[in-house]
Ligand binder design. Structure first.
Ligand code: NAG
Ligand code: NAG
Length: 231
């Protein structure tokens, strides 16, 4: 048998003291009130999204979900009431469903479903817990197409206007495979979809691409080659 500090008298005292400290710590780290957390989420358009919640309450009487930050009945999109084990869901024909654990299921989401969602956990008695989280919905990536006003141009005479057709809001441009550095002869439209080069010079000849991206994915167009004739 190995020696044990518990076998001596002072060791036992220390051990009991440690036990006391541990149990006191346990009491102190117990949450004094119940809490609820909503987990924010990023999703693609057309998918089903579950907004998870976690809570410490044991006496839940209902979960009510709201679009936005206000727990105003006009904003209520789904609820689950629990009464002596019976689950009542609503509102009838509503856009979402509350799962048994209080999480919110949104089916076939669109960009319009992006925003803040608030849950109100009604406890038995009058206590309520409230928390909110954010859902960001992004469009499914389609490969952008890049078109030009003219791909055979003359140095110091012509302009080139390239248009990036993409369903994304964020766009990046590439020249010969590298991120494009704008010169003073280049102009991007405010939405970054149109790149104008005027006047075009021989150094602008080469292949151009544009990339659409969002926080979930990205896609690059096929290269578009611009030829520049010069004397
Ligand atoms: C999802 O919603 C889109 C319109 O937003 C609709 O065209 C499509 O049929 C829906 N898909 C399903 C599986 O309900
Ligand atoms: C971009 O170019 C296209 C085609 O030339 C034009 O229809 C569109 O208005 C332009 N957009 C902007 C923001 O300049």
């Amino acid at each position: 048998m190995g020696s044990s500090s518990v076998s001596t008298h002072t060791g036992l005292v220390h051990w009991l003291g440690l036990l006391l400290v541990v149990s006191l710590l346990n009491i102190w780290i117990q949450p004094t009130t119940s809490q609820v957390t909503v987990y924010s989420k990023t999703a693609l358009e057309g998918t089903n999204v579950l907004l998870y919640i976690r809570h410490t309450a044991t006496n839940v009487a209902g979960f009510l979900w709201y679009k936005g930050e206000d727990t105003d009945s006009n904003n209520n999109i789904a609820y689950l009431l629990i009464n002596t084990g019976i689950h009542i869901r609503g509102p009838p024909g509503g856009p979402a469903r509350v799962e048994d654990d209080g999480s919110l299921l949104l089916k076939n989401v669109t960009r319009k479903d992006s925003g803040i969602y608030t849950v109100l956990v009604q406890l038995q008695g009058c206590q309520k817990l409230i928390a909110c989280g954010r859902l960001n919905v992004y469009p499914i990536m389609r490969v952008p197409t890049l078109l030009a006003s003219n791909t055979k141009v003359t140095e110091n005479k012509d302009a080139v206007v390239m248009t990036c057709n993409t369903n994304q809001n964020a766009i990046e441009w590439f020249f010969k495979g590298k991120s494009l550095t704008l010169t003073e002869r280049m102009k991007l439209s405010c939405d970054h979809r149109n790149l104008t080069i005027y006047p075009v010079l021989r150094e602008d000849a080469g292949d151009y691409q544009c990339k659409g991206f969002n926080p979930m994915s990205s896609a690059k167009s096929a290269p578009l080659v611009v030829d520049v004739k010069f004397e």
